[in-house]
Ligand binder design. Sequence first.
Ligand SMILES: Cc1ncc(COP(=O)(O)O)c(C=O)c1O
Length: 448
Amino acid sequence: MIGKVHRSKEFHNRAVKSVPGGVPSSWASSRPVPIWIDRGDGAYLWDVDGNQFIDFHAGYGANIAGHGNPAIVRAVQQRVTQGTHFAQPSADMIDVAEMLVQRFGLPKWRFNNSGSESTMDAIHLMREFTGRDLIVKIEGSYNGHHDSVLVSIFRSADDLGPQENPWLTPGEGVPQDVANLVRIVPYNDLAALERVFLEHEGLIAGMILEPMMMNAGIIVPQDGFLQGIRDITRKHGALLVFDEVKTGLVVHPGGATKLFGVTPDLVCLAKALGGGIPCGAIGGTNEVMALIDEGRYSQVGTFNGNPLTMASAKAMLSEVLTSDAYAQADAVGSYILQNSLDALKSHGQPAYGYHFGFKVCVVFSAEVATNYRKFLTFNTAVSHLHFLKQFNGGVFLPPWGKSESITMSVAHTKQHADQWIANMDEFGRTLAQLEDRASADFAVGSYN
Ligand SMILES: Cc1ncc(COP(=O)(O)O)c(C=O)c1O
């Protein structure tokens, strides 16, 4: 059982005076107080109150190497003594690019520093390549925090507008005129996509999507959906971008691109690639990347290809993410999923879920979400209660439990999974005792 979080509260109270919200990124905020982390080791985390957790948050899925992975530590330690920034290429970059070519089947790669930079570069390339301005994105999907894609994200049902013609609601700080360059389609709806392309013939530069939607639990592509998008974009002379910031290297050694066997024109990576060091990458076809080769698109950034990032990414691709690591993740992930669903079923609680590589997702609903609107109908209070039950049972999850899946690292074993499963069983028992699942709110659970 987790102890109190007094020191986290103290840190928070001090931080809010000089840091808005007391957190470095608004999504690190959580009720009743953000948890301040002291250190990590392998599959474990310790907060500033000395509470130990099994880490299934993995820093929003970035840390599949596990904390203090010896291969990453060695690579980073060696690099850090030899200089960490020159803004000139270093040899490790070539190895990283060559290994990404092998894994994703796209021949050219460039580097940047975050998922948002990757999707921003991809959108620029898409527009420059086609000479068109409009882009298509998925309703409710998050593709980073730059203006072009901060449209129709994390909205409530009241903000979505009619299904056949969704509102182009801009994110905070984004002008409506920029949002008007986006067209929104629901995930898994090829007919809507075809309609949008026909209505804007010759005007759409391309489409960006996560091949699996990852900010709504996990929503998987129905049979033929990804190939259908590939065909429609080609037919209309538009590009296809897979945002694999979350899925890349995590759901399969070659990302969702290899898992589903559909190759886009551009792939965006970040998160897991850096082994815990900030990173980003875009892979593309020879035709699209010729824009960079020929100087028609200047893909730039002071820290692009940073030597520390490249050293860590090289260790990640060559030493950490081995076929044995994926085999272990498959064994532990399927064990978690099956036992979680069985535990909930034993208490009469409906749920479904998925397991892909290092990701597992359990959704507390009898009905399966195939798009964002459906996902919005699921009860957020139930997911938050689950977050609290896992927290109090020594398992750390992404604070906004409903939207996120969990991420394992190479250090996670069935022993760690057993703790999660025991907490899930306890959670199922609590839910069964509630007269009404809608009442499963914060009052039922809190940090102990
Ligand atoms: C699918 C997807 N794309 C892009 C991003 C943006 O990545 P970053 O936070 O590194 O800018 C995220 C971040 O969570 C993401 O989940």
